[in-house]
Ligand binder design. Sequence first.
Ligand SMILES: [Zn+2]
Length: 286
Amino acid sequence: MIKQRPFQSLPYPSMLGGTRLLRPDVAQIRLPIVNAYLLGQPGGKWVLVDTGTPLDAAMIRRAAQKIHGKRPPSAIILTHGHVDHAGSVKKLLEQWPVPVYAHANELPFLTAQRKYQMGRRTSAAPDLRPHIQALPADGTVPHAAGWHTIPSPGHTPGHVSLWRESDRTLIVGDAFSTANARSPLTLLTGEPAQVGHAFVYMSRSDGRETVRRLADLAPELASVGHGKALSGQGLPEAIQEHFRHFDDPAPTSPSPLALPLLTLAAVAVGLVWWRRNRFITHTDCR
Ligand SMILES: [Zn+2]
């Protein structure tokens, strides 16, 4: 008998980039190697969550225009400051001079005081002074009623996920991934989508506790920075399963070929996308 997966993955809108409404007021922007999110009903206030790599500003603007017209966001929220999540902030601020928020523990990285440890390398985040400020300590998300921040350290010290209790929707960021970092093909196609490790951890023990905390929320929909969104009643159990096997000896660092191949693939996809100059919007995910 074929064992049914207790959750489903939501297809990417297109391999070439695009937007998908995960909820009527939650849009996933599929960028070549990472996802960003628009929170807010069309016609109302909205916020941008994460900003892709330094190459992604035009795609994000175009996606936002499809859904929210020419109205700028009320704020930009960063799950963390890695260059594939905060890469286009400065370019977007030129057109959208709005406040940028990150967790207080992430601010040293985003104000040029600290660098991220990425395995044996270090990596600097963009210096976002004077735009960056700390997310409210009470866990509310500015300009996004109903959403709360869930501190989810491990991948970085000030990483946050975003949670909406009313429909059990979780924007995970990089606290976990649904794409296998060791497989460039999986990173590109998103299949097979399953709950797995973040690419790196600055604190592995914090990362493990974060996974347990996110499982305890019992999300019905979880959408990540890298990989496809997952949905279904079995999703909390799938996250618990990842927690239980967190320290299994399976290799967790990216293979040496993963990043070069992924970069090449991302550039190729970006070029094709640019040439075609189109942006596909899907309005339903079910
Ligand atoms: Zn990251």
